[in-house]
Design a protein around this ligand. Structure first.
Ligand code: NAI
Ligand code: MG
Length: 399
């Protein structure tokens, strides 16, 4: 097989730190690749007025696979203040390079796996009927529609007259909002298309079949949000009946699902949802398996084969300045494993995941979050491992 070329996208803050350790793990596991670095993030906003320069898009278009650390975003006023002086009056507006990547490449499938590692002190525990503590084993794969819905960006404050007129044709709008002055209205839409809905549903069902999950749960709110959630559930029923009769289709409401998280998280397999509810439910599940140090995500377009793989945490700027880094590299390492799955290097991914599992289960090497310590720079005196020590421990377990 020819060596793949991976576009590394270090970004800001702790992004480059966890990426560097992950590249060491990949190398030690015998993954052979060429790497080219793509510019992304706050530094490029400040210097060039563009956090996602065209040359980076070109690199990803050419090589198809991105391994992304994290970026920093700041509020509107601050982002203008930090621009290079010569750019300040250019009328530039900051927009998130992550959303930019999704939209530019149509990365409409977002997969966020959440599985608990045995021995992780951050695993969720609950009290059972006999009073004993139970530690349910969580293993869910959340499929989040990544480009539409509430994050589609179709929204207005003080909407233009013709938009308002169009809304006034809806009886519910007339009844509930018809008397509200236009300049007191903010409207964010939730648009679902059949095409994208079918793609995310099929991705979920195919994943369930491939990895032998028994069920796919549509997590929406079809009893209230009848059109969009309703369409997703109806299409799921049709797809399941026609093509996936071997997989059970379940239906939960997002609010009830968040409550069930702490009651029976072990019962769920693949979960599929629109953009906002997918974001919510994936953070909810991530909390059960250790949180930001463990949560990773894949965003891809099955038609083009373009995929970007990243930890879900941000750039944690405070931690980036420590002389010895304390943050947990496991989320970034898991993102790299998802990248390996995507390019059919499952054997290497399995080896890395097994090594991670062994280190966690042994419990000798734990980053500050796993040791439940405040994230100060002196955590090493309290028994926590550094980012590098965690990566070294994982490397030592590779076979
Ligand atoms: P964050 O995820 O960067 O950090 C929140 C807290 O989580 C940290 O203070 C730290 O306590 C903990 N944490 C994060 N990563 C960790 C790791 N690998 N190991 C151990 N602990 C970890 O989120 P925050 O502070 O809300 O945002 C910081 C910056 O990151 C902002 O500029 C924000 O816009 C950006 N951000 C970027 C994301 C991305 O690149 N995908 C996602 C979320 C935020
Ligand atoms: Mg989120």
């Amino acid at each position: 097989m020819p060596k793949p070329t991976i576009v590394t996208l270090p970004g800001d803050g702790i992004g480059p730190i966890v990426l560097e350790e992950t590249l060491r793990v990949l190398e030690a596991a015998g993954f052979k690749a060429n790497y080219v670095e793509g510019d992304i993030g706050w530094e490029f906003w400040k210097r060039e007025g563009d956090p996602l320069p065209q040359r980076t898009l070109d690199l990803i278009a050419e090589h198809k696979i991105g391994l992304f650390g994290a970026i920093t975003s700041k509020p509107k006023d601050e982002s203008l203040e930090e621009l290079a002086p010569e750019l300040k009056s250019a009328g530039l507006v900051y927009s998130s390079p992550i959303v930019g990547l999704r939209q530019h490449f149509g990365l409409d499938i977002c997969l966020r796996p959440c599985h608990s590692y045995l021995g992780n002190p951050l695993n969720f525990v609950r009290r059972g009927p006999d009073g004993n503590l139970e530690e349910p084993s969580v293993d869910v794969a959340i499929f989040r529609q990544n480009t539409e819905g509430l994050y589609g960006g179709v929204e207005w404050s003080n909407p233009p007259e013709h938009v308002h007129d169009a809304f006034m044709t809806h009886p519910k709008f007339r009844q509930n909002f018809g008397k509200t002055p236009i300049d007191e209205l903010s409207i964010s839409t939730r648009i679902f298309t059949k095409k994208a809905t079918e793609r995310i549903l099929r991705a979920a069902f195919e994943h369930a079949r491939r990895y032998e999950y028994k069920s796919v749960t549509v997590c929406e709110k079809p009893n209230v949000i009848r059109e969009t959630s309703g369409m997703m559930y109806k299409m799921a029923q049709e797809i399941q009946k026609a093509d996936f009769p071997d997989i059970e289709l379940w239906n939960t409401n997002i609010d009830a699902q968040m409550m069930w998280l702490t009651k029976n998280p072990e019962n769920y397999g693949v979960i599929v949802a629109g953009n906002m509810f997918g974001d919510i439910v994936s953070d909810g599940f991530a909390g059960l398996i250790g949180g930001l140090g463990f949560a990773a995500s894949a965003q891809y377009n099955p038609d083009t084969g373009i995929g970007v793989f990243e930890p879900t945490h941000g750039s944690a700027p405070r931690y980036a300045s420590y002389e010895t880094s304390i943050v947990n590299p496991i989320a970034m390492i898991e993102a790299a494993c998802m990248m390996l799955d995507f390019i059919d290097e499952q054997t290497i991914a399995l080896n890395i995941r097994k090594a991670v599992a062994e280190v966690i289960d042994e419990g000798q090497i734990r980053t500050y979050d796993m040791a439940r310590l405040p994230g100060t720079s002196d955590v090493f005196h309290k028994g926590a491992a550094s980012t590098k020590q965690m990566a070294d421990a994982i490397i030592a377990k590779l076979t």
